[in-house]
Design a protein around this ligand. Structure first.
Ligand code: 5RP
Length: 217
């Protein structure tokens, strides 16, 4: 199977989790794109969705699903999103698609975060995928120097402005042995908007497509 076929397979596996759910949270990325396409086909019981990015909002609207503000709903039961890396503790690196801030907010506001990933995303130790950090533009160089002190090698994602008008540093060469500790340390740097480590609030269920099978963590 190609990686794209694996993404479709795992997107399908998320459908039972949204049965009887009226308003869902929807992430961003190519795996989620498959998931939204499936919503168009099956529609399920969805009355509306809270979106994690402008790209996802446009896609949802295109298939006729009303997009609601998070402020307009009283929390969410289920949030479905992909990941760039995920470990056995269901902790993730996210933000490859630059939507980490809204993704983290929606994950935090949801009772159940269902992470959908193909097998290439599963790792023993997080950090091979460069860790995205969204920063206030004026703080970019300062934050980068602080990230070097933490042992990383930050690279500015040039020509990338997030949906929140901020910028992204991708931190290379991290071997993240204590994800919760590192998440807090990076969160505490002034100028950091969001770090793409989802460790303090990990996924509740991780679905991984492996060959023709789905592994559930
Ligand atoms: C976007 C994300 C995505 O979930 C992550 O990049 C995975 O993307 P894809 O499904 O395209 O592999 O965090 O900010």
């Amino acid at each position: 199977m190609t990686q794209d076929e694996l993404k479709l397979l795992v997107a399908k596996a998320a459908l039972p989790y949204i049965k009887d759910v009226a308003i869902i949270g929807v992430g961003t990325g190519s795996t989620v794109t498959h998931f939204i396409n499936l919503l168009a086909d099956f529609r399920m019981d969805i009355e509306g969705a809270v979106s994690s990015s402008i790209k996802t909002t446009e896609h949802l609207k295109k298939i006729g699903i009303p997009v609601l503000e998070l402020n307009a709903v009283n929390g969410l039961d289920v949030y479905v999103d992909g990941a760039d890396e995920v470990n056995a503790q269901r902790q993730c690196i996210k933000g490859g698609g630059a939507a980490l801030t809204r993704e983290k907010i929606i994950a935090g506001a949801s009772k159940k975060f269902i992470c959908i990933a193909d097998e290439s995303k599963y790792v023993d130790v997080l950090g091979k995928f460069p860790l995205p950090v969204e920063v206030i533009p004026m703080a970019r160089s300062f934050v980068a120097r602080e990230l070097v002190k933490l042992g990383g090698q930050p690279i500015w994602r040039e020509n990338c402005i997030t949906d929140n008008s901020c910028e992204i540093l991708d931190v290379h060469n991290l071997k993240i042995l204590e994800p919760k500790v590192l998440e807090k340390l990076i969160n505490d740097i002034p100028g950091v908007v969001t770090v793409g480590l989802f460790a303090q609030r990990p996924a509740d269920v991780v679905l991984i497509s492996k060959g023709n099978d789905i592994v559930t963590l």
